[in-house]
Design a protein around this ligand. Sequence first.
Ligand code: MRU
Length: 323
Amino acid sequence: MIDQRKLPHEEVYVKLYTYEEVAQAIETMVIRGAPAIGVAAAMGVALGVQKSKTIDSQEFLTLYGRLYQTRPTAINLKWALERMKKCFEKALDHDQPLSHIKQKLEAEALDIYTEDIETNQKMGANGKQFIKNNSKIMTYCNTGTLATAGYGTALGVIRAAHEEGKKFLVYVCETRPFLQGLRLTSWELYKENIPQKVISDNMAGSLMAKKEVDAIFVGADRVAKNGDVANKIGTYSLAVLAKYHGVPFYVVAPTSTIDLQCPTGKEIPIEERNPKEVTHFGGKPVGLEDVPVYNPSFDVTPHELITAIITEKGVFDPIYGRR
Ligand code: MRU
């Protein structure tokens, strides 16, 4: 895995040999982004089973539980773990030898990986119509290859429009406090030669007021049944600004991010992270170290602020359904 904490200045790859190492890599943001977390967790399960000499349901549930507790908001994690669990139960049901179970789980994890790339390409194809030639768009956090198995969700739509030959500029919000926009999205766009301008998050409103933004594309960590969306902290503020200024606000997310068990955004658990992410820059304290800090990693954007949700299965209006 590429260590995302070191980008863009160092491209360091880490090798993970156990499910515990995968769990820690997710917790510490070596691997991040909802779909990438799901794919990595599936591979963590396959690794855990691979290493076991006597895997049984109890042992399987232990490694499932360890990976499940790594990050609470992205539902792709549970989605991928549930898929691995079903695969495990099916292999057990047929009273197969251990080697067969190991093989099946490895194949399932690899399927989750390849399907995610295909899903992202389909979302790109469905969403690129919303990026007009010679337009200026805005994106938030990192939703690209780094956040997925490849291609990206919102960044996949941007990639698809670029591949089609459209000319446009991407405003990249830096995405405080973890700076996924400044460090990761900017790096991905740079590699693809897609024109960009990085801004600090508080500049978005003034750009919209100047009619400098034609559309906004973001990803999602969880979409509730009513269409409310949990995504990186700051997404909600951007959606409110977009509504006020009449800028279309698109969420790009695979159906594996939709949680039908969650009626509304209110029930989505929001992760709170280390206060140092707010007070420190590059490991160095900037603010006072012993003052209380509020650091939720995600917020909820109510569905009425969302123009459309772009999935691999089509484009949906969160209020009226399929467009
Ligand atoms: O805390 P992170 O970096 O894992 O948060 C990532 C996001 O909020 C992304 O927008 C979301 O996972 C969608 S990525 C395809």
